[in-house]
Structures are given as C-alpha cells and as structure tokens.
Design a protein. Sequence first.
Length: 213
Amino acid sequence: MSTLEAAVDTMTGTGLSGSAGEHLLQQRFGTVERADRFYRQQVLPELNADMAAFVGRQEMMFVATASALGHADCTFRAGPPGFVQVLEPGKVAWPEYRGNGVMASLGNILENPNVGLIFVDFFRDVIGLHVNGHATIVPDPQMRRAHPDLPAETVPGRKAERWVTVRVDEAYIHCAKHIPHLRKVTAEDRAWGTDDVHRKGGDFFHAASEREL
C-alpha cells in the first residue's frame, strides 16, 4: 500500500476536513498546526449568515467539476446580484441557460457530483468564498414548483432551462491577499440567447482558423 493509499485509509470515516492528500503534505512540509487552526476557525459545514449575505451580493462565480475519470474543468457563471440562490444554509442553486450546447460542467456533474465553487468579490469586499459540495441537475419547472419564490426572468431572451443545486459540504474564506481591487464600468447590453458569432466573441483565440489549416 502506498503512503497516499494508507493516508486515505486512515482518513476514511474520520470526519476530518480536507483530503488525505492535503493532510499528507501538511505532515511532510510541517504545516499541520497552521492547517488545523484554519480548519477549526474558518471551515464550516454550511453557510453562516455572513456567507449567505455575501453570496446574495455576487454577480459571478467560478465552478470546478471533474468527470468520473478525474478530467477537470473550470468555468465561469454570471448574472444579476443573487443569481446564485441560497435556498437554505446547506444548499445553494444557480440557473443554467442554453449556452454553447457542450454542457461540459453538467456532463461532469452527471458522472461525478462533486463540485467546487469560488465567489470572488473584486469590487466591494475584495475577498473570496469557497463552497464545496455535491451537485444535482434539476429541470426549471421542477425547481420552481419546489421553490416558488425563485425570481422570474426579466432579461429578454434569457430563460433558465435547468438549475444546479449544491448540497454544501464545506464553506471557507479565500483570503484577500493578491485579489485585485477592480472598478466596475458600464457594459454594453448583452444579447442573451444570441447566435451572432461576433456578439459571442467570435474566433478571438483563432482556434477555428487554425483548425481549418
């Protein structure tokens, strides 16, 4: 049995925060005491009131998923303040729209429900929040029957097709160090649901033109 396998076996059923790998490296690099202090002071099993209020102010988040084979993907989601709904302290949800049809994140969730969310406020609080948990894909009609207080869509052309709900396993701070303090500017109107290639960014990175060579 490898050292990592032994660590995984030791951790099984302990209820400790973090992965076996991170605990192994904490021992190897002498950070156990510092890490334990962070777990005790900052890692919660659900959102507290301050975290819920923070999520309710955010207009963007990053979503990390992985397939059953561990192939990872990280994507970006955005919307009006509160587009990520805190349904209860241990459960959050966000709407999924039409997109490019690839459904990379949802496909990963179908194989492997573990997700990692990070909210970063670049404009006001200049701080971040990690929310990790288990995700479920829910059709929009079913979601609205279960949660009739969900906000109605107000932007023409934008309609949620489904939602992702996440049962929270842990939530913790991402420190402000090195997070840039940005300033908002007025953006041009976004064409929700458009198929206009240029409005969607075109071939900005020249991937299509290179594939044609």
